[in-house]
Design a protein around this ligand. Structure first.
Ligand code: NAD
Length: 360
C-alpha cells in the first residue's frame, strides 16, 4: 500500500513555496519511483476564510488517515483581531495535539556555500549539520498547577510546574535515539540535573533507554553549558535531545547560527513515524504573492519526510544533494543573496532544484 501524504498549503507564501515542493514531488513520483497518494486540505487563515474554522473537521479526518503531512505556513495580520481559538496558529497547535506529535525535530544546517550568512566566523559554522530533538507536548509549558495567585500578604505570585513522567521521557528518548541511528549515532541529552529533580529522572531514563541502542554514543550536558557550546563550537553536536522549554530556546539559537530562515525545515513526529513536516519560518506576508520567497526550507522539509516517515534515505540524500548543487551553481533568492549573485524568483529556485534532482 502506498503511503498517504496530506498537503496543507496555508497562508501567505505557503501556496507559493508548496507549488515548488509539488514539482519536486512530481519528479520523485514519476521519475524516481516514489509510491505516494497525495491529498490536499485546508489549514489556518485559508481554512477559516472557507469554513469558519482554522482546523476544519475534514482536514482533521484527512490528517488522521495520512502517514505524513507537509505544511506551508499559516498566519496573517488580517486574522489578528480574531478570538484566540479561531486564529490560524490554532490550526497548527490543534493538529499537533490531535495527532500526538510530541517529538519536534529542528535541524540546523549551514551549507558551506552560505557560510557568510552566519553571524559566527565561517570556520566555526561552515558545514554545520546538527539536529535538535525537542519534547513538544509536556514539561513546564503544560504542567499543572499553574496560574497567578494572591498570597495572604496581598502580594501576587506566578507559578508553573515542571513535570515529566517516565513514559514521556522514554518516548522522546526512543524518538531521539531512532533519529541518531539515521545520522552519525551520537546523542547529547541536555538537562539541568545539578538543580532539577525532573532532570535527574530525565537523565536516568535517557541512560536506561539508550542501553537498547548500543550503537549510539550517549552523552549528557547541562543546559547552560549547551547554550555556550552551541555558539562556541556547534559542529561538535550530532543530535541533541532536550525538554520542551530548553529545546524552545536552544533550537532558535541553533537556527540563528545558520543566518537563513528560508533554508530550515522541521518536523513533528509521533511515536510511530507519522509526522508533520514544515519550514520553521512563518507565512512572510511582507513578501507574499511576489515570487520572492525561498522555497528551499519547504523542499528540505520534503527531504526530511522522505527520511523520517517514508524511510527513503537514498531519495532524501539525493534531494539534499540537489539543493547543494543549486547553491553551488549560484542560485540565490533574496534572503540569501550575496553581493555578486542575481536574485532568483521562488519559481526559478524550484525549477533549478527539479533540474538538479533529475540529473544527480
Ligand atoms: P516570518 O517567518 O513569516 O517572517 C520573518 C521574516 O523572514 C520576514 O521578513 C520574511 O519575509 C522572511 N522570510 C520568512 N520566510 C522566508 C522565506 N521562505 N524566504 C524568504 N524570506 C522569508 O515571521 P513573522 O513575520 O513574525 O510572522 C508572519 C506570520 O507568520 C504571522 O502571522 C505569524 O504568526 C506566522 N507564523 C507562522 C508560523 C508557522 O506557520 N509555523 C511560524 C512563525 C510565524
Amino acid at each position: 500500500m502506498p503511503h498517504k501524504l496530506l498537503i496543507l498549503e496555508g497562508d501567505g507564501i505557503g501556496p507559493e513555496i508548496m507549488a515548488e515542493a509539488r514539482k519536486v514531488l512530481e519528479v520523485l513520483r514519476r521519475d524516481l519511483g516514489l509510491a505516494l497518494e497525495v491529498e490536499q486540505g485546508l489549514i489556518g487563515g485559508a481554512a477559516y476564510d472557507a469554513t469558519g474554522s482554522p482546523l476544519p473537521e475534514q482536514t482533521l479526518r484527512l490528517a488522521r488517515e495520512a502517514d505524513a503531512l507537509l505544511l506551508g505556513a499559516v498566519g496573517g495580520s488580517q486574522y489578528e483581531h480574531l478570538p484566540r481559538e479561531l486564529r490560524p496558529e490554532r490550526g497548527l497547535l490543534g493538529l499537533r495535539s490531535e495527532l500526538g506529535l510530541f517529538s519536534n525535530l529542528r535541524p540546523a544546517i549551514l551549507y558551506p556555500q552560505l557560510a557568510a550568512a552566519s553571524t559566527l566566523r565561517p570556520a566555526v559554522v561552515s558545514g554545520l549539520d546538527l539536529m535538535i530533538v525537542r519534547e513538544l507536548t509536556g514539561g513546564i509549558y503544560f504542567g499543572q498547577p499553574r496560574g497567578i495567585r494572591t498570597l495572604s500578604t496581598g502580594e501576587r505570585e506566578g507559578y508553573n510546574t515542571l513535570v515529566y513522567r517516565e513514559s514521556e521521557i522514554e518516548r522522546i528518548a526512543r524518538s531521539a535515539l531512532d533519529i541518531a541511528m539515521k545520522r552519525d549515532r551520537r546523542l547529547c541529552s541536555v538537562d539541568k540535573a545539578n538543580v532539577l529533580e525532573v532532570s535527574e529522572l530525565w537523565r536516568e531514563v535517557m541512560t536506561s533507554v539508550a542501553q537498547d541502542y548500543p550503537q549510539v554514543q550517549l552523552s549528557h550536558m547541562y543546559v547552560d553549558n549547551a547554550a555556550m557550546q552551541l555558539v562556541r563550537a556547534p559542529k561538535q553536536f550530532d543530535v541533541v535531545v532536550t525538554a520542551n522549554m530548553f529545546g524552545d530556546i536552544l533550537s532558535d539559537a541553533a537556527a540563528m547560527l545558520t543566518g537563513s530562515i528560508g533554508m530550515l525545515p522541521s518536523a513533528s513526529l509521533d511515536g510511530a513515524g507519522k509526522g508533520m513536516y514544515e519550514p520553521i519560518h512563518g507565512s512572510a506576508p511582507d513578501i507574499a504573492g511576489r515570487s520572492r520567497a525561498n522555497p528551499l526550507a519547504m523542499i528540505l522539509s520534503l527531504a526530511m519526510l522522505l527520511r523520517y516517515t517514508l524511510d527513503q534515505a537514498d531519495l532524501a540524500a539525493r534531494l539534499e544533494r540537489s539543493v547543494g548543487a543549486v547553491l553551488d551553481a549560484g542560485w540565490r533568492t533574496q534572503d540569501i543573496l550575496s553581493q555578486r549573485a542575481r536574485e532568483a524568483s521562488t519559481v526559478q529556485m524550484g525549477d533549478a532544484v527539479v533540474a538538479a534532482l533529475r540529473s544527480t
